[in-house]
Ligand binder design. Structure first.
Ligand code: FES
Length: 169
């Protein structure tokens, strides 16, 4: 799969076209249109901005302004896997800071970032209700308890990454 175009141009173009066709005639169409695009392909690509602006007779700056105001909107395709480490109190007390350091090295990804190859993104969550089994994490939405170095290595394997040395620049 092309990491620079994980969604595929044809699917992306169709999502933009469909969102415009579905919402262009309604009042306040901009936000529903942007949501429809993101719901379909996981983000709002740059080429959607021009298409949406033209359809709604808005400037590019108008559309960019709305996209940047709402943090919900993503500007790049989501990674194939999402790893979220709990950064709340019980997990921090159970070695969460050291675990984060280890996760960043093992997964080849800094907190809040996405690997250049699109394999995964690493984010923070704040309490998963698994405090008694801290430290905890989510991997593609599935909870993991008592996460340690071995568990991180298994997560890296599941996500198809081998660690920081593999990270693309
Ligand atoms: S603080 Fe991490 S699961 Fe509750």
């Amino acid at each position: 799969m092309d990491a620079s175009d994980p969604v595929g141009a044809a699917r992306r173009d169709a999502a933009i076209r469909d969102a415009i066709a579905e919402h262009r005639s309604r009042d306040g169409a901009l936000l529903p249109m942007l949501h429809a695009i993101q719901d379909a392909i996981g983000f709002v690509p740059g080429d959607a901005v021009a298409a949406v602006a033209e359809a709604l007779n808005l400037s590019l700056a108008d559309v960019h302004g709305v996209l940047s105001y709402y943090h919900h909107f993503r500007h790049e395709a989501p990674a194939r896997h999402r790893v979220a480490l709990c950064r709340a109190e019980a997990c921090l007390a159970a070695g969460g800071d050291a675990l984060l350091e280890h996760a960043q090295a093992t997964l080849g990804c800094q907190l809040g970032e996405r690997r250049a190859d699109g394999a995964l993104e690493l984010e923070a969550v704040y309490c998963l209700g698994l405090c008694a089994n801290a430290p905890s994490a989510l991997v593609d939405g599935r909870p993991r308890a008592r996460v340690d170095a071995d568990a991180l290595q298994r997560i890296a394997t599941e996500c198809g990454v081998g660690g920081a040395k593999e990270q693309q620049s």
